[in-house]
Design a protein around this ligand. Structure first.
Ligand code: MN
Length: 227
């Protein structure tokens, strides 16, 4: 777990993303950071990150997390990110790695449910509790393939466990705004000099938002809509 790959991919004189300062040896509170960033780059995805051993372990979730325990969401492990990245919301300039708009979609802390986190990661099945603004309760990440090859490119599944936070509500549609700024992707792009039209592709249309609310109220599972 280090930031070599993270730094190799980025030009820090061109991107506003953090280079990553050395992790403090002892954090004040002992709590582990959790963050999900909604990232409209070449395609929309959600970057799910858990602090572990001074970095953010990272997975790209193309469809985003689901609160429905019956739904398994593909999560491709990506390079470890610096802890500072948990505060990043903004625009990665055109031509740079991951160019596009990044939103702090959810943030909070996490707690492992396994005693030995390193062994769980190695084994490819880690259970944890999230204390976010949008995602809460018990979850699991299970590795499905890629074991033995490049561990930073393995495919996992992100699954909600059954508990009081499980729901058929489509949380990505119902709660499309930043947990930090309350902004939509288009608003972040507008404020940070990004491509507003491109960013808005990742925001639900006003019509879709109304329909999702109506369907949720009637107890139906809102379907994912194309913007
Ligand atoms: Mn990303």
């Amino acid at each position: 777990m280090d930031l070599k790959e993270y730094r190799k991919k980025r030009k820090f004189d061109l991107t506003p993303e953090p280079r990553g300062s050395p992790a403090p040896a002892q954090k004040r509170d002992g709590l582990l950071v959790y963050v999900t960033q909604k990232h409209m780059s070449s395609h929309l995805h959600y970057d799910f990150r858990l602090e572990w051993r001074g970095v953010l372990l990272s997975w790209a979730v193309p469809k985003g997390p689901s609160l429905n325990p019956a739904v398994k969401r593909l999560a491709m492990q990506t390079e470890d990110h610096p802890l500072d990245y948990a505060k990043f919301e903004g625009v990665i300039p055109e031509g740079q790695y991951g160019a596009g708009t990044v939103m702090l979609w959810d943030r909070g802390t996490w707690q492992p449910e396994n005693a030995d986190v390193d062994a769980s990661l190695q084994k490819g099945e880690i259970k944890f509790t999230l204390h976010g603004k949008k995602l809460q309760g018990s979850w699991v990440l299970v590795r499905t393939r890629g074991f033995g090859s490049n561990p930073a490119r393995s495919a996992w599944l992100l699954i909600k466990h059954r508990d009081q936070y499980a729901s058929t509500e489509d949380v990505t549609q119902e709660e499309p705004r930043s947990a930090a700024s309350q902004h939509l992707l288009a608003e972040i792009a507008r404020d940070e000099g990004g491509d507003v039209e491109r960013a808005s592709v990742g925001d639900p249309s006003p019509k879709a938002q109304r329909t999702a609310t109506a369907q949720s109220a009637s107890g139906r599972i809102p379907r994912r809509r194309e913007p």
